[in-house]
Design a protein around this ligand. Structure first.
Ligand SMILES: [Zn+2]
Length: 306
């Protein structure tokens, strides 16, 4: 769906000017990973297919819901495991290597920033490659769990009707009923992917680390998030309160647009390589000369007002 999009070159250049000033904090969301084949349930391609996301309360309190989750997830994991970073992830890594980023905060649980070579990524919502025991808190790897689930369910995937093109899985009740869940190897407790579910709070240390990055930033650059959930939107609100400029690249409108100095509605895999190239052409010196359009460098804000 991205083939016919015409990129607004002037906006890419303006964004490059902002980014070339450095001290940029990236806040990324699902839209950055859709071009890696990972569906975005809130974005234009997702269309809210998963009408009722699993909540923490249901997962922990209902063994049937937990079995359904793991059965779907066992199939969906193949998609995550096979996904590789796209041009957008690589461009972000390039900006970091060029010394223009002071932090990367992501709402994504796919680990693709790190897979693209980025370092120090704050994974707000955790990472699907880890599994945590709800009872003894032991962490283990998803690859190991995948092996155990496959071993506990010989021939099971053959009974599944279909995996949809976008990787989501519709499972008939019989397939769920025959799926065997495995438990923690240490204590026999309940296993959960080490990600933040709906109804669960983001660990405070991650939130504080992210706020600290925003406080020091000269630009908050939102990539591929509609900012629907507060866990990401709050950083935009904080930036706005502090006078830190916000730029948003996303397909479709976002809740943060009203706070943004610049918005760009375009596919990230196309915009970010251009941004990377243009930010390299735009020297920091040029940014300073053109400081009226790069307020980050000159209009240093006072501390928090309230
Ligand atoms: Zn355990």
């Amino acid at each position: 769906m991205s083939g016919c999009v015409r990129l607004p070159a002037d906006r890419v250049d303006r964004l490059a000017d902002l980014v070339a000033g450095g001290e940029v904090v990236v806040l990324s969301g699902a839209g950055l990973s859709t071009e890696s084949g990972i569906p975005d349930y809130r974005g234009p391609t997702g269309a809210l297919r998963r009408a009722t996301p699993m909540t923490y309360q249901r997962f922990t309190g209902d063994s049937a819901a937990r079995r359904r989750y793991w059965a779907r997830s066992h199939l969906g994991w193949q998609l995550i495991a096979q996904a590789s970073p796209n041009a957008g992830h690589r461009a972000v890594t390039g900006l970091q290597e060029r010394g223009l980023l002071t932090g990367i905060v992501t709402q994504n649980v796919d680990g693709l920033h790190t897979a693209a070579g980025a370092s120090g990524v704050v994974e707000l919502h955790g990472n699907l490659t880890r599994v945590v025991c709800l009872d003894c808190r032991t962490l283990s790897g998803r690859v190991e769990l995948d092996r155990r689930l496959t071993g506990a369910n010989p021939g099971w995937s053959a009974s599944v009707d279909q995996v949809n093109p976008d990787g989501d899985v519709d499972l008939p009740d019989e397939a769920v009923a025959s799926f065997r869940v495995v438990d923690c190897r240490v204590c026999g407790g309940r296993l959960k992917p080490d990600v933040v579910f709906f109804g669960e709070t983001v660990p405070p240390d991650r939130v504080e680390a992210s706020f600290a990055l925003v406080h020091q930033a000269s630009l908050l650059l939102v990539l591929g998030s509609s900012l629907t959930v507060m866990s990401g939107y709050r950083f935009v609100l904080r930036a706005a309160k502090l006078g830190v400029p916000v730029a948003i690249v996303n397909q479709g409108r976002t809740r943060g647009d009203v706070h943004a100095a610049l918005t760009l509605d375009a596919p990230l895999g196309e915009v970010l390589p251009l941004l990377y190239a243009a930010a390299g052409r735009t020297s920091p010196r040029r940014s300073l000369v053109r400081s009226p359009v790069t307020p980050a460098r000159t209009a240093r804000r006072p501390g928090p007002k309230t």
